[in-house]
Design a protein around this ligand. Structure first.
Ligand SMILES: Cc1cc2nc3c(=O)[nH]c(=O)nc-3n(C[C@H](O)[C@H](O)[C@H](O)COP(=O)(O)O)c2cc1C
Length: 198
């Protein structure tokens, strides 16, 4: 990444613009360091859970990030019980960590889910045709599902979009001369930040 992540060269607004530019680029490129998100959820009985997902959409104006998932996966039940999530990224080359606390909403068989399904690739849709959902106990490692035809609706019944709404982002950058950490408040007018001890 070529952007400057020296926070002393930023205002709160310019830093948010850089975060937004990076996350927008990350939706479009699997090679972008922010393309994969670690999403943490809460489980009342056992504590936090986390997993990797693909960043599918980012709307800086609305303050939303979305990923796709299988409605049968554990995270969906976890989100029904507690919609609070923590999203995490780390770019080791730029030495930048982003963290977002958000509230998740699961879209299943509604307009938003159908539109996302229509836009998704057949290779991605294939995962949702599996007879056994993620986390189900099976006797042997399953073979990869075959790639469905473009108009094959199988899988849609299992397909969900999780939209995560947020109003702040925390940025930590590592520097030999002193690490830098801020919490950027997006709902303030103008956008503000609180500098934090790293
Ligand atoms: C590189 C990578 C990308 C992944 N992308 C997704 C994704 O976009 N959506 C998803 O539900 N699971 C994705 N997974 C699988 C999840 O990490 C996880 O194993 C699965 O969703 C089941 O999670 P759960 O049991 O916590 O619900 C991905 C895994 C890896 C390693």
């Amino acid at each position: 990444m070529s952007e400057i992540w020296d926070l002393r060269q930023h205002t709160p607004a310019s830093l948010w613009q850089q975060c937004a530019d990076s996350l927008t680029a990350a939706t479009a490129s699997a090679r972008h360091p922010f393309h994969l998100i670690t999403v943490a959820t809460m489980v009342a009985a056992s504590g936090p859970d986390q997993r990797t997902v693909v960043l599918r959409s980012f709307d800086p104006a609305a303050g939303t990030i979305s990923f796709h998932t299988d409605i049968r996966s554990s995270k969906v039940a976890q989100l029904a019980a507690c919609p609070q999530v923590s999203l995490h990224w780390y770019d080791p080359a730029a030495r930048v960590q982003l963290r977002i606390s958000a509230t998740a909403a699961v879209h299943h068989q509604d307009d938003l889910a159908v539109k996302a399904w229509t836009r998704s690739r057949a290779t991605s849709r294939a995962c949702y045709t599996a007879v056994k959902g993620p986390g189900a106990a099976v006797d042997a490692f399953p073979t990869a599902p075959s790639i469905p035809l473009d108009d094959d609706p199988r899988g849609l019944v299992h397909f969900a979009v999780v939209t995560c709404r947020f109003s702040a982002i925390e940025v930590l950058t590592l520097h030999a001369g002193g690490h830098q950490r801020v919490r950027v408040q997006l709902e303030d007018q103008p956008i503000s930040w609180q500098i934090l001890a790293p």
